[in-house]
Design a protein around this ligand. Structure first.
Ligand SMILES: *Cc1c(COP(=O)(O)O)cnc(C)c1O
Length: 406
């Protein structure tokens, strides 16, 4: 989709606005499938926490995707979007046994990531097919907050506890059908990923009834010009070969599973916001937009650099701007960024706004969450209306007026 389409959508639906390009989601899905075409049984489970709009879930379901969920509410949304329970994976961290039992009763594949729950669940439901999350302790990831495989991470069952794990499985006679790892977001080095995969293969030998191996996700996508990205094709070539060899060794054709979030939707997303104020100080030119970290928190939370364009004046002379939000505390999207000349009223477009942007939005400062539009077959489809005052008041219970009056 083109900049002029985005400008039209901002005019039509108002700003701020999230726009997602269906074609880009499809092409990323197909790219991943193709990279692993040498694996007979491949399954892609979209990690819906990246972008959980039901229309996006429907789009991915039609493409053949399964779903990776981390909460019972995500499972409910997935079922609502029409996914069969057996297409849904549930990979929570630190949730109660009760929630796991509830999700299990819905017919969804359970993935357990600690020994305590594993033992309790296995004792109660020895016949339920269970997947276990292994922590291979490989440090992969672009940011300490999203690196989940290292030694003191709270995720997964340590690979060093494998003997203990195997004992629990033997004692409870539970049915382990898969093992899983997810080493964190932003894999820069394929060799690191392959190294972690070897640890998973090794652990897999301890279980005789496996049906699948789940390699999680963490594919890095480019955020700025000349940024590095995970070489999916290279990974596909190397891991497919190794996976097929492992299946031969194991004596059974297993399913290879990935659960990408960012890879599928990040680049498909555009966040559009209008410039309210251009403010020149002695050192800086600020462009203040009609949004803030309540709508897009990644720059403030992770220091992420989202590429920003002035789509109202794409050919203008470039100047340096600090792009800031309207939240009443430090709220910076970009420091001294080269952007073509900005006037008040211009629409700025933030790239890579598909993953972890709307899904992390809040009502901080009592602002409404923006609308979402899916661009499909050359036209925009509203897939979420922007909020209204009723949404802010929903579930709030004011005091009786008599109390107020005193
Ligand atoms: C968040 C998450 C993913 C998706 O990670 P991306 O970096 O968005 O691809 C996959 N699996 C699990 C278990 C997750 O928690």
């Amino acid at each position: 989709m083109q900049s002029k389409d985005l400008v039209h959508l901002a005019q039509q639906y108002g700003s701020p606005l999230y726009v997602y390009d269906a074609e880009k989601i499809k092409s990323q899905y197909n790219r991943l499938s193709k990279a692993f075409s040498k694996v007979n049984k491949l399954r892609i489970n979209y990690a819906m926490k990246a972008l959980s709009n039901v229309a996006i879930l429907q789009l991915l379901r039609e493409m053949g995707s399964g779903l990776d969920t981390v909460s019972i509410q995500e499972v409910m949304l997935g079922l609502h979007a029409g996914y069969e329970p057996d297409k849904i994976f549930y990979t929570p961290n630190g949730v109660s046994l009760e929630e796991i039992e509830e999700v299990n009763a819905m017919g969804v594949q359970i993935n357990i990531d600690n020994l305590s729950i594993l033992e309790q669940f296995g004792t109660k439901y020895p016949n339920v097919p269970v997947c276990i999350r292994i922590n291979p302790h490989v440090m992969a990831g672009g940011n300490a907050n999203i690196s989940v495989g290292h030694i003191d991470s709270k995720f997964g069952i340590s690979v060093h506890q494998l003997p203990h794990l195997v004992r629990i499985v033997e004692n409870t006679k539970m049915n382990i059908v898969g093992i899983h790892m997810h080493t964190g977001s932003d894999i820069l080095d394929i060799e690191v990923f392959l190294y972690a995969a070897e640890i998973l293969f090794d652990a897999a030998k301890s279980f005789k009834n496996l049906e699948f191996l789940d390699f999680g996700s963490g594919f890095k996508v480019p955020y700025k010009k000349d940024d590095i990205e995970t070489d999916i094709e290279e990974l596909g070539k190397k891991l497919s070969k190794r996976f097929n060899a492992f299946c031969t060794e194991y004596g059974k054709e297993l399913t290879l599973i990935f659960e990408p979030g960012k890879f599928l939707v990040s680049e498909a997303g555009f966040f559009l916001a209008k410039v309210n104020v251009v403010k020149q100080t002695t050192s800086t030119v600020f462009a203040g937009i009609d949004s803030g970290f309540n709508h897009l928190i990644r720059p403030m939370l992770y220091g992420s650099q989202h590429h920003i364009e002035n789509i109202s004046n794409p050919k203008g002379k470039e100047r340096f701007y600090s792009v800031v939000g309207y939240i009443c505390e430090t709220d910076t999207f970009a420091n001294n960024r080269r952007i073509s000349e900005i006037k008040e009223g211009d629409i700025l477009c933030f790239r890579n706004a598909g993953a972890y942007c709307f899904s992390m939005a809040s009502n901080y400062n009592s602002r409404y969450k923006p609308a979402e539009v899916l661009w499909m077959n050359g036209e925009g489809h509203l897939i979420r209306a922007h909020e209204t005052f009723e949404d802010l008041m929903k579930n709030q219970i004011p005091l009786p007026t008599a109390v107020n009056a005193e």
